[in-house]
Design a binder for this molecule. Sequence first.
Ligand code: SF4
Ligand code: SF4
Length: 69
Amino acid sequence: MSMKITDECTACGLCLEECPTESITEGDIYVIDPDTCNECEEEDEQQCVAVCPIVDDDDVCIAIVKREE
Ligand code: SF4
Ligand code: SF4
């Protein structure tokens, strides 16, 4: 399973350096490589989601979501 970045991404760049598997690529909207993203299975939380500032009223990230297979 992997995460994906949605149209809500503002290309702030905060997630780029945080990814332990180097799965994130810069762009107008950043992109997560589904082949290498492992949802941070060895971390306490998904590092990209933890730093992404684009959240809803409930503080849930809306720019990085689970990829539907
Ligand atoms: S969930 Fe983890 S492995 Fe996947 S893109 Fe985000 S930081 Fe990288
Ligand atoms: S931290 Fe969020 S808004 Fe910033 S580049 Fe990554 S996905 Fe986009």
